[in-house]
Design a protein around this ligand. Sequence first.
Ligand code: UD1
Length: 342
Amino acid sequence: MILVTGGLGFIGSHTCVSLLGAGHDVLVLDDLSNSSVDVLDRIERVAGRRPLFVRASVSDTDQLAEAFAQHDVGAVMHFAAFKAVAESVRLPLAYYDNNVGGTLALLSCMKAAGVRSLVFSSSATVYGSPATLPIREDCPRFAVNPYGRSKIIVEDILTDLAGSDPSWRIVNLRYFNPVGAHESGLLGEQPRGAPNNLMPRLLQVAVKQREVLDIFGDDYPTKDGSCVRDFIHVVDLADGHVAALRYLAEHSGMTSFNLGVGRGISVFEMCHAFEQSTGQSLPRRIVGRRAGDVAECWADATRAHTELNWRPNRDIDAMCRDAWRWQRHLCSENRGGSVCRP
Ligand code: UD1
């Protein structure tokens, strides 16, 4: 049984599908603070099997202890965390409490239960503004906001933990920019409130929920002036977690892996690809740079290729098509509702 914290979120839910597809049993622990219980039904429809579910926060050590006592948990995948950068600047204590405190609670319960295998969700945000590209795992880390610092702090805690006791097996996955959705169109990202990331905002423009897409800067020193990111299909990312689990079975200690495609795509290129793939037009306007954005960020994913034996194989066209299929599915479910305007 794999315990998946935050298993009803965007990346967590796709990973549940990949885990179930690979034959694992899954126990989801999620407090529904940024997700909906309907996602369990969606996972079941896509995967053909339903995960077990406990509604609880990772900070709730009683519920965690109970989950470990009742189920034969072999490994934990820890997705549950807050992830909005601007919010983290406003509410640093909430971010440290949930992202760092929650992880400490989880680790203590794992230790008490004798569960020593963990896959942790980190982020390329730990590299800050990278000095060299592509970014390798040994690049210096530098936090530019409390969210990024919370990830760096947890990475350091995990390093100390692995150093203290060789029975710990920890894989630290640094995600680049996950986009797309499950190809069935039944599972995808459902941000609560106003989204901040490019793809959900772009989808809002495509369904006319937002009039125009703001492009945050066209004067960066990049190939076309817009920022460049390593966009990765969420299903490829999810499959990376199954590969990480295989790796854990054979390796102790802690290892960090970049999960990205290893190719930089600009914001303009993404907009153009979306229009080409879906036939939708995206009205856009150039506005000022967004505070805290780095010009370019893409991965050297060689270590994940060679050591995890994992390779992403869905291209930018699939990322756009699948995200659009999911958006249309949401629109059809909310006919007459507020998700889409004709
Ligand atoms: C952001 C976070 C990062 C977090 C990641 C996943 C910031 C500064 N970084 O990454 O810490 O790990 O999300 O949640 O918030 N863009 C537009 N118009 C839009 C939206 C975005 O032009 O309406 C641009 C941005 O300026 C950026 C690119 O699109 O250049 C990608 O933005 P986004 O999807 O928010 O990802 P990151 O900023 O890379």
